[in-house]
Design a protein around this ligand. Structure first.
Ligand SMILES: *Cc1c(COP(=O)(O)O)cnc(C)c1O
Length: 377
């Protein structure tokens, strides 16, 4: 019997009638670009996270690029990113001619290490770069340490762009991601906690002027009249059909986040005496984009993953190579103290099947198999 790593079919069975009806509405009114569902979704996302402005866009990568455009990040600027993340976090920086400077992460939370950020900022100033922004990532659904990062950013004059592609709807000290940072971004890629049936993304901000600029940049730099382009923008709109689908997904999202807590709790209860399981501080709630354990080393990880695979249980390694070790990014600077935690985690992490519809029996089988594989050596 084979398990799904992320079971989107189970979710679809729950909402299919409503999604079909929403899609039929769009086919009937025909406003495929910037139709009424787009604004309805944006208002819904603002309400969900308590953010003042939501500006949807074409994907989670553009959602990171658009704030950098608003900030006019350019050649000579430095933007600080973790290395232990998906490539999109850093990719947007050199695309504007600026330099991504890689920062290490914390070995427990896997999120940006504030001490490493401070070293990287000092290094960048010494190298003649202008520090402009920091992009903390809510990796695997857990919010970054925003109090510490925001304090450093304020002292250094940096904007905080919270990459919540994996963490939309998570909470940090009573705040919901989306309403954290100068800008927060998310992705609606299908496998993200809040995903659509294609590409999609959104940017959040509290700042009215930035919100207007984001709406302009995503639509070819439009002015008051859409055929009067007042700045160089891009084409990055969320399709009306995707917004219609997301409206039905958002309607069940709070319930799914609650279900994810139950699944994560079962893994932790069943595994924490035999392997390092994720730790969520009392002041945070993860949305569990991934449930990621830490093995001793790459050999043990391979052995455990193979044992599970032989029994039809899929696992994934996020991420086998930190960005600063990847071909396209190896030329960019890193914290002068190096990135030892990012390098170690790349050898140790293993993500288990995780979604809100994971049945107790299936999960118990994963836990039993994993315990057996660990006991076997
Ligand atoms: C998925 C992801 C992105 C990019 O989102 P897309 O919608 O695929 O462009 C950015 N950052 C992180 C951390 C992600 O996981």
């Amino acid at each position: 019997m084979s398990l799904a790593f992320i079971d989107l079919a189970a979710q679809q069975a729950r909402i299919k009638d409503r999604v079909d009806a929403r899609m039929a509405d769009v086919l009937a009114h025909g406003a495929y670009i910037m139709g009424p569902e787009v604004a309805e979704l944006e208002r819904g996302l603002e309400a969900f996270s308590g953010a003042k402005h939501c500006i949807s866009c074409a994907n989670g990568t553009d959602a990171l690029l658009l704030p950098l455009m608003v900030l006019k990040v350019r050649t000579g600027d430095a933007v600080f990113c973790p290395s232990f993340t998906f490539a999109a976090t850093a990719e947007v920086v050199p695309s504007l001619g600026a330099v991504p400077v890689f920062v290490d992460v914390d070995p427990v939370s896997f999120n940006m290490d504030p001490a490493s950020l401070e070293r990287a900022i000092a290094w960048a100033r010494g190298a003649g770069l202008t520090p402009r922004a920091v992009i903390p990532v809510d990796l695997f659904g857990l919010p970054a340490d925003y109090d510490a990062i925001e304090a450093i950013a304020r002292a250094e004059g940096l904007a905080v762009i919270a990459d919540s592609a994996q963490g939309y709807g998570a909470t940090y000290k009573g705040r919901v991601t989306g309403a954290i940072g100068d800008f927060a971004t998310t992705s609606f890629f299908p496998a993200k906690p809040l995903g659509c049936y294609g590409d999609g993304g959104a940017v959040f901000t509290e700042n009215d002027e930035w919100a207007d600029l984001l709406r302009s940049y995503r639509f070819h730099g439009k002015g008051a009249d859409k055929y009067d382009n007042v700045r160089i923008g891009m084409n990055s709109r969320l399709d009306t059909l995707q917004a219609a689908i997301l409206l039905e997904k958002l309607a069940i999202y709070a319930d799914e986040i609650a279900a994810r807590q139950v699944v994560a709790r079962r893994y932790t209860d069943g595994l924490s005496d035999v392997v390092e399981t994720p730790v969520v501080g009392n002041d945070s709630r993860s949305v569990w984009a991934q449930y990621t354990i830490k093995l001793a080393d790459a050999e043990q990880r391979t052995r455990v993953a193979e044992a599970l695979k032989a029994e039809g249980v899929p696992t994934n390694v996020y991420y086998p190579l930190p960005l600063h070790r990847q071909t396209a990014y190896s030329g960019f600077p890193v914290d002068p103290a190096g990135l030892p935690v990012s390098e170690a985690l790349a050898q140790q992490v293993l993500s288990l099947p995780m979604h809100p519809y994971l049945a107790r029996e299936d999960q118990e089988r994963v836990i039993d198999l994993l315990r057996k594989a660990l006991a076997d050596g």
